[in-house]
Ligand binder design. Sequence first.
Ligand SMILES: Nc1ncnc2c1ncn2[C@@H]1O[C@H](COP(=O)(O)OP(=O)(O)OP(=O)(O)O)[C@@H](O)[C@H]1O
Ligand SMILES: Nc1nc2c(ncn2[C@@H]2O[C@H](COP(=O)(O)O)[C@@H](O)[C@H]2O)c(=O)[nH]1
Length: 219
Amino acid sequence: MTAGGHGTDGVERRGLMFVLSSPSGAGKTTLSRLLIERMTGLRMSVSATTRAMRPGEVDGRDYLFVDKARFDAMVKGDELLEWATVFDNSYGTPRAPVEAALSAGQDVLFDIDWQGTQQLREKARADVVSVFILPPSAADLEKRLHSRAQDSDEVIRKRMSRASHEMSHWAEYDYIVINHAVDEAFAEVQSILKAERLKRERRTGLVGFVRGLQGQLQG
Ligand SMILES: Nc1ncnc2c1ncn2[C@@H]1O[C@H](COP(=O)(O)OP(=O)(O)OP(=O)(O)O)[C@@H](O)[C@H]1O
Ligand SMILES: Nc1nc2c(ncn2[C@@H]2O[C@H](COP(=O)(O)O)[C@@H](O)[C@H]2O)c(=O)[nH]1
């Protein structure tokens, strides 16, 4: 699925799919925004969803807000790379923008749940790097959901009651980050991405690069 782009050192490599998952409110959106702001060569995958827009959200930036009929048509038309039902709403990743970004040599960032991550892994295991974000405590998680001030008490109760189940999938992920302070959690997630970009297996240009160096040495 992935085509070559150039790393910051000029050596060609395959793009990667960088996935953040967590129980609702642990900080995926916060960390994703920082990654997009501060890391070059990284594009956010904008999901389609049937859930209602929150105050401050923008259609096409935060999500593609669609009705159930449109979502079902996207599933039927194979327009989604993965999709799942989360908290009674449908969410899915539009395939075309992801494939276009990877083909242009960009990495793609996903804020999706464990079901979507499993589907991506089944499709492209070698190109998926997954990070599970944990809150420092249940009390912090609840406080964060309230402090976001965008969901009703009932919605927050539902999300808290699902948190334990969401978290039960932590061991399926490549990395675990505990989000105590945003700056520290961001630095950890950023380090993971930087290291994964340097992995030998995805650096398709290394053979040619090393041959070139050897040629210079022999030359
Ligand atoms: N380390 C932190 N300390 C304190 N507050 C935080 C921290 N990280 C995130 N928050 C706050 O917690 C709230 C929830 O964070 P965020 O929206 O990023 O979570 P999320 O995992 O994306 O949730 P969802 O799955 O529901 O989209 C936000 O108000 C955010 O500002
Ligand atoms: N499998 C997928 N899960 C997704 C996708 N987009 C978002 N999500 C997850 O849904 C919950 C709730 O998100 P919210 O914005 O309503 O708080 C959260 O865990 C997201 O990660 C998707 O395309 N596929």
